[in-house]
Design a protein around this ligand. Structure first.
Ligand code: UT7
Length: 322
């Protein structure tokens, strides 16, 4: 059974946080943040607004903006997040209850910034197996609740947001071949731990905040992602020229520019969400997709390469036709 993404919905929290907001609190400034990351602003959730809440708002937007689309018949819910409201129950279960979706399988996946693309790959697999037909896949984060605001190298990066894709069985295959991989030896370069533990043989800081060795992740990302775009294209017997759009995880605009330069892809083919929303981890790809769709860039029949990468360190990529 083939599959396609039939609709996308997003929710961006209303609280806009400018770069100047940080300049009052830590030693930084607007120019540094824009030139080193591309970020102009990001959104933060309210203190009582959690990941499951913004997922539900994203589905409501998806329904409101796509006439005729409903959650009726949804038989599986997958949530890619690293910032769940709690460990158990899963975000997927909370969404199932909030939207009263009957008889849906529910699970969360923890693949950091690659979570949304991993979710699409799992949904494709469930539909290909013939066991499911209509799957909601989320990438959603409330990173501001897990940010160390004393760490100036990371706190300026993160934002909150949610995206959801409806993946349905289809006659024609519009979710093409995929790619996944991990280098767990870099686990300690990007982690979030609530209790004392050991990663790669080293004790890590268990304060429930995100710790990132920015330089190492930055280098790994450029090298890995450049290579993996090529591998994903060859797995699909496609060339860069066959793609209409490329959406890499919006971790840092400089990473996207460096990959585009290495691959010789013009920047206007790269769709991003980093400027307006910061690094929203698993939500960054659907947020970029939605911005481009609303500005009229994405047209029916377009081919897009999606590639998420982050904590693990792990990556997942897919080419889709819209
Ligand atoms: O989403 C998951 C995947 N994540 C990523 O892919 C993120 C990858 N990493 C990055 O995006 C970048 O490494 C950062 C944005 C985190 C940092 O950028 P950088 O260009 O690697 O900066 P740096 O750490 O090399 O720091 C350069 C300078 C340092 O000063 P000195 O040592 O050269 O005097 C830092 O202390 O910039 C300084 N600096 C700052 N200055 C003003 C670091 N953070 C700040 C800041 N404001 N917020």
């Amino acid at each position: 059974m083939n599959s396609q993404i039939t609709a996308i919905g997003v929710y961006a929290p209303s609280q806009v946080i400018t770069n100047d907001w940080f300049a009052d609190k830590i030693e930084t400034n607007n120019e540094w943040i824009i030139s080193r990351t591309g970020i102009r602003e990001r959104r933060f959730t309210e203190p009582d607004e959690y990941t499951s809440d913004i997922c539900v708002k994203a589905v409501k937007n998806l329904i409101a903006e796509n006439p005729g689309v409903t959650t009726e018949g949804v038989d599986f819910i997958i949530v890619g997040t690293t910032t769940a409201d709690q460990v158990m129950p899963s975000m997927a279960s909370q969404i199932q209850n909030a939207l009263n979706i009957q008889d849906a399988g529910c699970l969360d996946i923890m693949a950091a910034c690659a979570g949304f693309v991993y979710g699409i790959i799992l949904a494709k697999g469930l539909i290909a197996a013939g066991t499911h037909k209509k799957v909601l896949v989320f990438g959603a984060e409330t990173l501001s609740k897990f940010t160390d605001f004393n760490d100036r190298t990371s706190c300026i990066l993160f934002g909150d947001g949610a995206g959801v894709a409806l993946v349905e069985a289809s006659e024609k295959s519009k979710i093409y071949n995929t790619i996944t991989g991990t280098d767990g030896s870099h686990g300690k370069d990007l982690y979030l731990s609530q209790h004392a533990s050991v990663v790669n043989g080293e004790e890590i800081v268990p304060n429930g905040k995100i710790h990132q060795n920015g330089k190492v992740v930055f280098k790994w990302a450029i090298q890995t992602i450049t290579n993996k775009v090529g591998e994903l294209l060859s797995k699909n017997a496609l060339k860069l020229e066959d793609l209409d759009w490329v959406i890499l995880h919006s971790a840092n605009l400089r990473i996207i520019e460096a990959v585009a330069q290495e691959l010789n892809v013009p920047m206007d083919k790269m769709l991003t969400s980093i400027e307006l929303y910061g690094n929203t981890s698993s939500a960054s790809i659907p947020l970029a997709w939605d911005l481009a769709a609303k500005s009229g860039k994405i047209k029916k029949g377009n081919k897009m390469l999606l590639l998420g990468f982050g904590g693990g360190l792990t990556y997942a990529g897919v080419i889709v036709e819209v």
